[in-house]
Design a protein around this ligand. Structure first.
Ligand code: 2DT
Length: 212
């Protein structure tokens, strides 16, 4: 019997929806039930490209908008070999942000269209499941202030949300919308259910190519 591959699972959502907390909880739950799983996040600030992105987000440097968009994409492509290797080894990857954040954030800037923004990520490993943690701005505000990084303003986040809504209309991607206004355990239960289904459904299927 051929060995089963891991699933590529992505969490997306606006600021303060709880993506990082939920990624960690999912990895823990999968591991505890005997399923190999690891967390990744984009941008991965540990690489040389990731450090350029991090300085930009922290407003320690300025980068031209197209340039930083391509760096975000390059930061994903540089990790593709390792992602494929892990998935082949049967490890499920739980990823905090992916190409959808890439397209949503840049296309929320003036002068950018969604189509151009998606191009550099065409052909990346296609997630088996993308969960969008939905939280309205009023509820997000109750969870505290924005941070000081670039993009952390309510006007920009509103445009980002609209771009995500556009992206979610694409039926070629397995989107699931999660109500992130529930408590942490309820959100986790929804995410775990969708994830277990995706793991079971895709383990004997080849990995797809995104937006292709
Ligand atoms: P966090 O590290 O807090 O998630 O913030 N972003 C992310 C982009 O503009 N393009 C991308 O491709 C990705 C993955 C979203 C990272 C910030 O960077 C934005 C918020």
């Amino acid at each position: 019997m051929a060995s089963k591959r891991g699933a590529l699972i992505v969490l997306e959502g606006v600021d303060r929806a709880g993506k990082t907390t939920q990624c960690k909880k999912l990895v823990q739950a999968l591991q505890q039930s005997g399923r190999p799983a690891e967390m990744m996040r984009f941008p991965d600030r540990s690489t040389t490209i990731g450090q350029l992105i991090s300085a930009y987000l922290e407003k320690k440097s300025d980068l031209e908008d197209h340039t930083v968009h391509l760096l975000f994409s390059a930061n994903r492509w540089e990790l593709v070999p390792i992602m494929k290797k892990k998935l082949d080894q049967g490890i499920t990857l739980v990823v905090d942000r992916y190409a959808f954040s890439g397209a949503a954030f840049t296309s929320a800037k003036p002068g950018f269209c969604l189509d151009w923004c998606k191009r550099p990520d065409v052909g990346l490993p296609k997630p088996d499941l993308v969960m969008f943690l939905q939280l309205n701005p009023a509820e997000a505000a109750l969870r505290g202030q924005f941070g000081n990084e670039r993009y952390e303003t309510s006007a920009f986040q509103k445009s980002v949300q609209e771009r995500f809504e556009q992206l979610m209309k694409d039926p070629s991607v397995n989107w699931k919308v999660i109500d992130a206004s529930q408590n942490v355990e309820e959100v986790h239960a929804d995410i775990r259910t969708h994830s277990l289904n995706a793991i079971n459904e895709t383990q004997n299927m080849p990995l797809g190519e995104l937006w292709k």
